[in-house]
Design a protein around this ligand. Structure first.
Ligand code: ZN
Length: 431
């Protein structure tokens, strides 16, 4: 995913932006982790040594020139030797991200690489994950060991008893690899608490390669006020979903109905963190706004709107706790507290692949009386009368899943009884 707008930012600004992102989401500590960008002229811009990651600003970033001279008010990160060794081994790498996020450290201390085959896009984003043996932090021996693995072509490498390092064409690409692998690690850990994580088979991993989202194009008329309003509320909720970790930077789709045969949908390949109202794509009668590429699931959204006139919003998301049920292939029971059952109803666990091969059937399965479904090893799909209702439902599902998983360490979960469900349905007018 190339993000040209943000790649024009100065390396100092990119480093601060990504550092804030990883620190803000609990993926690095104040002192741990470092980022670098290599310029065309060989300069390496790198985060400073021993600096508070929570308050990094552009002037704190250090520039190390090819002759070894350093410009800046701080010393470069103590891990500069391994950054340099990776750049020497990989002329195509322009950025490196290194951190110690808890979930990936769990794998690093067990000395096991997280399996990216649990999600269809993870393998595509991260590639095969390499493994580098332990050595002394800051030493050139560590640099040699890590660079050797990157030299074999890996872009994502787990560091034994240490953490993770990722490279990319840009720092944004390295971040997407890092975030995706961390998400896989969290999903494997969470799903292991309720069952056994399942991997996808090779043929299933290739399902996502289709291009059916490249619909014919049309020239849209001037946007109505309603369309402008919807674009802005969609982009606001999308950044909220990202900040609450219900979406990742590369995945998660929102759509909202604009009229009988028109709806707005998130674009393909734009970082969810920075999505602006103008990035959202208008779909009208099976056509897409000229030059804009909608999310890959656009045809499924279209079928749902056509089938259910009362549905005005559809969300596809990856909330980690609900997804743990989808990865462990364990049925999620929403009869935890009244709010959950009333909002979610019975939540089916659907087979992987249906969203690509049986769209008609999927559109039939989800609707006002079954407003949320989990698709094995893929996603959670939610519909609502309004965007906010669908979003609320997604949050309720994630909170409930989190409570169920955590409850296991206290004792067996006792759901609301069948009689209590009948009583709830009558009281809340649920059919
Ligand atoms: Zn480190």
């Amino acid at each position: 995913m190339i993000d040209q707008k943000r790649e024009l930012l100065h390396p100092r600004d990119q480093i601060v932006m990504i550092m804030q992102r990883i620190y803000g989401y609990g993926m690095t500590t104040t002192s741990g982790g470092n980022l670098s960008i290599r310029d065309e002229n060989g300069d390496i811009w790198i985060s400073p040594a021993g600096f508070d990651k929570g308050s990094l600003s552009p002037q704190d970033v250090v520039c190390v020139h090819p002759d070894g001279k350093v410009s800046g008010i701080h010393k470069p990160s103590s891990e500069l030797p391994f950054h340099r060794a990776i750049y020497d081994a990989r002329s195509d790498a322009h950025a490196i991200l290194h951190a110690h996020p808890p979930a990936l450290v769990s794998f690093s201390v067990v000395r096991t690489v997280p399996d990216t085959r649990i999600l269809p896009t993870a393998r595509m984003v991260c590639g095969e994950v390499g493994y580098a043996p332990y050595d002394l932090p800051g030493s050139s021996a560590l640099g040699d060991k890590i660079a050797k693995v990157f030299g074999e072509g890996y872009n994502t490498v787990l560091l034994e008893n240490h953490g993770i390092a990722c490279t990319g064409d840009s720092l944004f690409e390295a971040f997407q690899r890092f975030e995706t692998l961390d998400f896989c690690a969290r999903l494997i850990l969470e799903s292991g608490r309720i069952g056994t994580p399942h991997n996808l088979a090779e043929e299933q991993l290739s399902f996502i390669k289709g291009t059916s989202h490249l619909l014919p194009e049309f020239d849209p008329p001037a946007a109505s006020s309603r369309e402008r309003e919807l674009r802005s509320s969609m982009s606001g909720l999308i950044s909220r979903a990202y900040d609450q970790m219900l979406f990742t930077s590369t995945e998660g789709t929102f759509s909202a109905r604009l009229g009988r045969d028109a709806f707005l949908i998130t674009p393909y390949g734009v970082d969810r963190k920075y999505l602006a109202p103008s990035d959202i794509v208008l779909i009208h009668r099976g056509m897409r706004e000229r030059t804009r590429v909608p999310s890959r699931s656009v045809l499924l959204h279209e079928k749902i709107y056509a089938r259910h006139p009362e549905v005005n919003a559809v969300i596809i998301a990856h909330p980690p706790n609900v997804m743990a049920f989808g990865v462990a292939h364990v049925k999620f029971d929403s009869r935890t507290i009244p709010e959950s059952y009333v909002m979610l109803r019975d939540v089916p666990l659907l087979k992987f692949g249906m969203q690509y091969t049986e769209r008609e059937k999927m559109a039939e399965l989800i609707g006002p009386s079954t407003p949320i479904v989990i698709i094995e090893n893929d996603c959670v799909m939610v519909v609502g009368k309004t965007l906010l209702e669908a979003y609320d439902r997604l949050e309720v599902a994630e909170f409930s899943a989190k409570a169920i998983i955590a409850a296991r360490s206290v004792g067996p979960v006792s759901p609301i009884s069948d009689e209590q469900v009948v009583e709830l349905k009558a009281a809340f007018g649920i059919s």
